[in-house]
Design a protein around this ligand. Sequence first.
Ligand SMILES: C[S@@+](CC[C@H](N)C(=O)[O-])C[C@H]1O[C@@H](n2cnc3c(N)ncnc32)[C@H](O)[C@@H]1O
Length: 214
Amino acid sequence: MQLKFLPSFVKRKGRITRKQTHSLRSLSEFSVKNIQEIEDLSKHFDKCYLEIGFGNAENIIFQATNNPSYLFIGSEVYMSGIGTLVSGIKENNINNVKIFSDDIRLLLDQSPKKIFDSVIIICPDPWPKEKHHKRRLINEFFLKMIHDFMKDDSNVYISTDWENYAEGISELFKENKLFKPSLNKSFYKDSLSKFERRGKDEGRDLFEFNYEKV
Ligand SMILES: C[S@@+](CC[C@H](N)C(=O)[O-])C[C@H]1O[C@@H](n2cnc3c(N)ncnc32)[C@H](O)[C@@H]1O
């Protein structure tokens, strides 16, 4: 099978718990499949945020709970993470989160619409070996993709705990005329994500990027 995009993720089997399996049965209630659906839903909210690779969903649940007037679209391919988010949505009676449970580039490959006020990417897979750098999600092509779906007055937040990836991201933004540095972080978070914590525990610094659409 020919893939449209080089995978930017490792399909982790992970252990799926009973609770996650149970939650995944109702995934369709919380799913979005296309941009039109997101645009229609976003009309009922003040802002629309996209978090790509939400992992164990700590951040998106925190954001959604603290910003009930914003719509949060979470994208992830990792089934146990998706199951955790569905459980979190149900347990906290959250009604402002929808899930795109596939490679985000398949969503962003649709006809562009300016719908996102903010795009958040916390610790994208680092692909540390040089021969795998081509799999890194953040590249010139990807920045163009997200740019096409961002509103005029919008911003993007990216963090990584891999210095070499941070250098690459910094270079990309410097060369790229679609974004300019922003002094404001587009969102507040009160704790580290699983991968931010892991980086810290393993002695790595966290590099953060805040840019706004030009
Ligand atoms: C290193 S983990 C970080 C998870 C979480 N943000 C955190 O900080 O704990 C990166 C996540 O991005 C997801 N991911 C990678 N490429 C993706 C893509 N193209 N579309 C959606 N999710 C993706 C992976 O499945 C993985 O769960």
